[in-house]
Design a binder for this molecule. Structure first.
Ligand code: UD1
Ligand code: CA
Length: 431
């Protein structure tokens, strides 16, 4: 039987320093909210899991996002934000009777990976721990809770920066805010937490001391990847995290055999798969879920906005924007085009400046177009959806296509060129 876990994700905080109307966890990296990144890392764990998200500030918006994108996630409202311990306490009734392992993760740490969460859970289980806190070391630990260990190296408690003595502040090992616990044993702690500290909050960190006092086994699991626990509190942090995510993924792609000509100016969402020997030219921005096959050329100055597939050996050139476009192999879209909501066959040539008109601004509806294999679209054409262009049909340059075109046919909508002899000369003479 597949093992089960429960994940509690904290996302009720306001994020005051973001200076924003948007709840902090809905701020985005590569068009995906912070909490989405965290939930995806949890969902990729090899366990049957149910996540509970604690919502508070902007609860309505967060709930709407989750309902749309993570239907199986449960939410619970923390009406007043009285601290991280109080936040987890809101999950206690939902998990009534649950007897397995739980993890607690913050919703504002988008860089946490499945691998690291898995290592934490493995460590917790292999050591038959009751409560394991994930720790890491920072040269500059300012702002984080410090891990207080005994002479025997056991984790005794966590002290928040604001409550720490000068000598405690010297400690470089910090609380990452990620925990793994035996729920049935530790859940009682959440109703017994006190708020007699510098911030007057119910600290989640106090469960460590509680577990010790109640003779449970408490361990610290130190991760070396301190980048992963980077939490977002400001727009500056958001920019730093975006960059870390970007760099990390470009590195992975290069290791897998993708050429990135200029990593500095290239942005690729980790939800985008790219095959071997594909070359990504500078100033390319790829967000959302996309699949690019091998031996493709993308860029320079290309924007993929999600839901795109590019088949083997295809070229997507400069100033081209794609959204929800599935393009088969050996097709060229080389210059200045927009393709949205379309299925395009193989060996298709899309001339420079072709626009797919997929959106009706009155009905607010989008429609799809289909281009079969071998279609040739002349430059500066508009393909008004929904249309179906048959196999090897040919669209003359500068056409506005509003009707289906049969296979092997030529379609053109422009007026024929006419020539008026000596027109320039005659006009000059009249003057
Ligand atoms: C917390 C830890 C600190 C750790 C750090 C790691 C506590 C008391 N401190 O501090 O030891 O080093 O994380 O990043 O736990 N939240 C709620 N409801 C609340 C308060 C917070 O849902 O009432 C959520 C926030 O939205 C956020 C998360 O909990 O996602 C962490 O809260 P935050 O205030 O950022 O904690 P830190 O001060 O960073
Ligand atoms: Ca705080």
């Amino acid at each position: 039987m597949e093992k089960e876990i429960r994940a509690i994700v904290l996302g009720a905080g306001k994020g005051t320093r973001m200076k924003s109307n948007l709840p902090k966890v809905l701020h985005e990296i590569f068009a995906k909210p912070l909490i989405g990144w965290v939930l995806d890392s949890i969902n990729n764990l090899p366990y049957k899991n149910e996540s509970i998200v604690i919502i508070g500030h902007g609860a309505h918006d967060v709930e709407e996002y989750l309902n749309h994108n993570y239907k199986y996630v449960k939410t619970t409202l923390q009406k007043e934000q009285l601290g991280t311990g109080h936040a987890v306490a809101q999950a206690v009734p939902i998990l009534h009777g649950y007897r397995g392992t739980a993890i607690i993760v913050c919703g504002d740490t988008p860089l946490i990976t499945t691998k690291t969460l898995r290592e934490l859970i493995k460590f917790h289980e292999e050591n038959a721990s009751d409560l394991t806190v994930m720790t890491t070391k920072f040269d500059n630990p300012t702002g984080y809770g410090r891990i207080i260990r005994s002479v025997k190296d056991e984790v005794m408690k966590i002290v928040e920066e604001k409550d720490a003595t000068e000598s405690q502040k010297e400690i470089k090992e910090v609380n990452t805010g990620v925990y793994c616990l035996d729920w049935a044993k530790i859940r009682k702690a959440f109703n017994e937490l006190k708020n007699n500290n510098a911030q007057g909050e119910y600290y989640l960190t106090d469960i460590i001391k509680w577990a010790r006092e109640n003779s449970y086994k408490v361990l610290g699991y130190e991760t070396k990847n301190n980048e992963e626990i980077y939490g977002i509190n400001s727009r500056q942090h958001l920019a730093v995290a975006s960059n870390i995510m970007k760099r990390r993924y470009l590195d992975e792609l290069m290791t897998k055999g993708v050429t990135i000509v200029d990593p500095e100016s290239t942005y690729i969402s980790p939800d985008t798969e790219i095959g071997e020997d594909t070359i990504i030219y500078p100033n390319t921005y790829i967000e959302g879920r996309n699949k690019i096959a091998k031996n493709c050329k993308i860029g320079p100055m290309t924007h993929l906005r999600g839901g795109c597939e590019v088949g083997e050996g295809s070229k997507i050139g400069n100033f081209v924007e794609l959204k929800n476009a599935q393009i088969a192999k050996k097709t060229n879209v080389c210059h200045l085009s927009y393709i949205g909501d379309a299925e395009i066959g193989s060996h298709v040539n899309i001339g420079a400046g072709t626009i797919f008109a997929n959106y009706n601004s009155i009905t607010k509806k989008k429609k799809r177009s289909v281009l079969e294999d071998g279609v040739s679209v002349g430059s500066n054409s508009v393909i008004v959806a929904p249309v179906h262009l048959g196999k090897e049909s040919f669209i003359a340059a500068s056409s506005c296509i509003t009707k289906d075109v049969e296979s092997h046919a030529l379609a053109m909508t422009r007026v024929h060129q006419k020539e008026i002899k000596n027109w320039v000369k005659d006009n000059k003479e009249k003057k």
